[in-house]
Design a protein around this ligand. Structure first.
Ligand code: PEP
Ligand code: MN
Length: 348
């Protein structure tokens, strides 16, 4: 249930409504927009909407049929914009996160960070704890990887996103990363999501391999209901009957989610296709479809990468893609990295 207050509702009226709802055994999440305050009512108790509707300052009480409330546009009609210093995720600018699948060596992390920064990326991506399908594959460098990634991010003035696989890694990863990434395989790790709800760093939740949009939004709800309002959603491809690509990037999920929820939506065309020669086309499509950003795997030497080499772009391919996106974004009223960038050859 969502309580929409009148435009001129006073703080005293708002406080009185909150107190009444809490008295009825429910939790209240307040969202104060430019013109109105909206109260999200969550919990397991029962509240008679009529008893709230008659309180002073209340405009209307809206019952929400969707099981997610705090993520929904009814609760917060405006887009959520997540601010990390000068990086605004969910605003007019399309934010590009790029970097290797995994941190491997100091040289690899630094060379890749320098390349993505030069091309206009704002956030460095890189895993130190890797959710690999096989226990025999490279599992990541752990804390050493986080140290390498943080040093490279600082050196190149980038923010850092890195994957957290387990609740017991939250504290460690939080010491290095600016954004927690929840991987597709962990989208329904509810213990992890609950714990991330108690942190105050942005959390990017990748869509599960076979998760519906509603299930994905319910995962966001877990983090939001813990009090962390900075949730980002990432469409990374779902499992379908098609085998020509590693996954099927569900581009249509972008406008669907943008309508249902107020959270920023990022697209991952790297995991969405699994092939570097298909990444640019799907990145262009995702931006045209209204994605607030992209997360793209780039490697200074992808043919020798320890994970996801086939889908990792060469820096020159990434450069070229960024130049193309700079033409597409304004066509739909967005911008993308307006600072001057250094462009190198586009040979490969
Ligand atoms: C990754 O970003 O490297 C990753 C493992 O992604 P996903 O969880 O989408 O498979
Ligand atoms: Mn990867």
């Amino acid at each position: 249930m969502v309580v929409v207050m009148k435009e001129r509702a006073t703080e005293m009226q708002i406080d009185a409504v909150i107190a009444r709802i809490v008295e009825m055994g429910m939790d209240v999440h307040r969202s104060s927009g430019a013109t109105r305050t909206v109260l999200g009512v969550v919990g397991t108790g029962k509240v008679d909407p009529a008893l709230i509707e008659i309180l002073d300052g209340v405009h209307e009480v809206v019952r929400i049929t969707a099981p997610y409330k705090l993520a929904s546009r009814t609760f917060r009609p405006e887009d959520t914009v997540i601010t990390l210093d000068d990086v605004r995720i969910g605003g007019d600018e399309v934010i590009v996160m790029a970097g290797p699948c995994s941190a491997e060596t100091e040289e690899q992390v630094h060379a890749t960070a320098a390349a993505v920064k030069r091309a206009g990326a704002k956030v460095l991506r890189g895993g130190a704890f890797k959710p690999r399908s096989s226990p025999y594959s490279f599992q990541g460098l752990g804390e050493e990887g986080l140290q390498l990634l943080r040093a490279a991010a600082n050196a190149h003035h980038l923010k850092l996103i890195s994957e957290v696989m387990d609740a017991n890694q939250i504290e460690l990863i939080g010491r290095y990363a600016d954004i927690y990434q929840v991987g597709a395989r962990n989208m329904q790790n509810f213990t992890l999501l609950r714990e991330l709800g108690h942190t105050r760093k942005p959390v990017m939740i990748k869509r599960g391999l076979s998760a519906t949009i509603e299930e994905w939004l319910m995962s966001a709800e877990y983090v939001l209901s813990g009090g962390n309002t900075d949730v980002i959603l990432c469409e990374r491809g779902i499992r379908t009957f098609e085998t020509a690509t590693r996954n099927t990037l569900d581009v249509s999920a972008i406008p669907v989610v943008k309508q249902l929820a107020h959270l920023p939506v990022i697209a991952d065309p790297s995991h969405g296709t699994g092939r570097r020669d298909k990444v640019a086309a799907m990145a262009r499509a995702a931006v045209a479809a209204g994605a607030d950003g992209l997360i793209i795997e780039v490697h200074n030497d992808p043919d020798h990468a320890l994970s996801d080499g086939a889908q990792s772009m060469f820096p020159s391919q990434f450069d070229r893609l960024m130049a193309e996106l700079r033409i597409i974004a304004p066509a739909i009223g967005r911008s993308i990295c307006l600072e001057p960038v250094t462009r190198r050859g586009w040979a490969r």
